[in-house]
Design a protein around this ligand. Sequence first.
Ligand code: ADP
Length: 173
Amino acid sequence: MADNRIELLDSDITTLTVEAIVNAANNSLLGGGGVDGAIHRAAGSELLTECRSLRGCATGQAKITGGYQLLAKHVIHTVGPIWKGGRDNEAEFLASCYKRCFELAVENKIKTMAFPAISTGIYGFPKQEAAAIAIREARAALTANPELEKIIMVCFNHETRQAYETALKYNVR
Ligand code: ADP
C-alpha cells in the first residue's frame, strides 16, 4: 500500500531531517519569495552559487543540488506552472514537476523526501486540484519504486492540509 508511505506534516520544510527537500523554484533558479526564499536563507549562500551554475530550469522540469546548511543532503528544485485559469496545460506541467522530482530521487538513491505544495502560493494554482495531482503522482512513484520509503507533503497552512486530506480520502486508486 503506497499511502502508508505518504505523510502529511504541518511544518517549515527547511527544518526537516529527510534526504531531500523539494524547492518550488522559478525558472531562474536564483531564489525568490515563499518557500524558495526560505530554503535559500536556510541553506546559505553556497546554494545560490551552485544554482548559478545550473543555468535555470524549464517549467515542469527539476534539477538537484546539495543542501549545504540544511539538514537535508539534497535540494531538488522544480519549477511549477503559473496558474492562468487552467487552459494552459497547468495540470500537466504540475504533474511533470512531481514525476521529475521522483525520477531524480530514485536516480540519486534518495529514500526520504519532502515536498511543499508546488505552485499553490504565489503561482496561484488551486490547492485542491494541486493536492490531487501531488497525491496521484506520489502514489504512482511509491508503487513503481518500492525503495522509496517516505514522502512527506508539507502543509504550511490549514487549507493545504485540508486539500491533502481530501485527496487522500477520495482519490483512491
Ligand atoms: P509557488 O511560486 O510555486 O506558488 P510558493 O513558495 O509561493 O511557491 O508557495 C508554495 C507553497 O509553499 C505554498 O503552499 C506555501 O504556503 C508553502 N510554503 C511557503 N513557505 C514554506 C516553508 N517554509 N515550508 C513549507 N512550505 C512553505
